[in-house]
Design a protein around this ligand. Structure first.
Ligand code: 6PG
Length: 251
């Protein structure tokens, strides 16, 4: 059940490498907590470029900190309509930085078939999402990782996009101006996650972070990221991305 009142937890690290290390430890901790109670954990990965460093750190965790990767089912929060070998593929990025280094079996990986006709890609992914525990007819992820664009988009839910308003389907798709076709988990699925971790790095996003988290009085929540209200939301920021938050003096 989405929780519209809980304040998000905010972790700020001095630099990007510290951000990746701390976020990797937190992801591992959350997955281990799930596996202590359930036979397997359902994780949705973020796309874009920022998570590369996080996935590399996950692949280098000492055994004592790492979850049992064989008990994790890997999904994607969003994908571009490109083949799995394409440089823009979120699956390819995860394969290179996480799946191959950890030796993740193909049976644990559930990618969105960006190369397929949209209806086929949607049908396949919706079927895969049926394997998760369901709540209100929607899949309930144990953990969803997300990045954020400098316009406040999350996954492929962009400001003013019809995908942001999708409530019927768990995964949706549209041709987006200047970005080609995208696939995305819908906002209700993001908000139904037991845990959601937002990873944001760099000065270029500081103004958006401030708008999303700052103390601008009475500004309506217009950014897609401001519509996230899962059970537990944690922001992982580096100092550069947090520099416009109240009290964050950047030396
Ligand atoms: C994608 C991502 C997208 C990404 C943000 C931030 O497929 O592009 O899912 O939501 O997280 O655009 O991207 P960067 O990490 O590259 O800044």
């Amino acid at each position: 059940m989405a929780n519209a009142t809980a304040k998000p937890a905010i972790q700020i690290q001095p630099d990007q490498q510290a951000l990746f290390r701390q976020a990797a430890q937190r992801v591992a901790e959350l997955l281990k907590q799930t596996l202590a109670q359930r036979p397997q954990a359902f994780l949705a990965l973020a796309g874009g470029s920022t998570p590369r460093g996080l996935y590399q750190q996950l692949g280098q965790l000492p055994t004592s900190l790492a979850p049992d990767w064989q008990r994790i089912q890997f999904f994607f929060g969003d994908e571009r309509a490109v083949p799995p070998e394409h440089p823009e593929s979120n699956y390819r990025m995860a394969r290179e930085t996480l799946f191959e280094p950890l030796g993740i079996a193909a049976s644990q990986i559930h990618r969105i078939q960006g190369e397929a006709p949209p209806e086929q890609a949607l049908a396949d992914y919706r079927l895969r999402l049926q394997a998760l525990p369901q709540q209100d007819g929607r899949p309930c992820f144990d953990l969803i990782l997300l990045g954020m664009g400098d316009d406040g988009h999350i996954a492929s839910l962009f400001p003013h996009s019809a995908l942001l308003a999708e409530t019927e389907h768990s995964v949706c798709s549209a041709e987006l101006a200047g970005r080609g076709r995208r696939y995305s988990l819908s906002l209700p699925v993001l908000n139904q996650a037991r845990h959601l971790l937002l990873l944001v790095s760099g000065a270029g996003k500081a103004a958006t972070v401030q708008q999303a988290l700052g103390t601008i009085p009475a500004q309506p929540p217009t950014l897609p990221v401001q519509q996230l209200h899962p059970q537990q939301l944690e922001w992982f920021l580096d100092q550069a991305a947090a520099q416009q938050l109240p009290g964050e003096n950047v030396s």
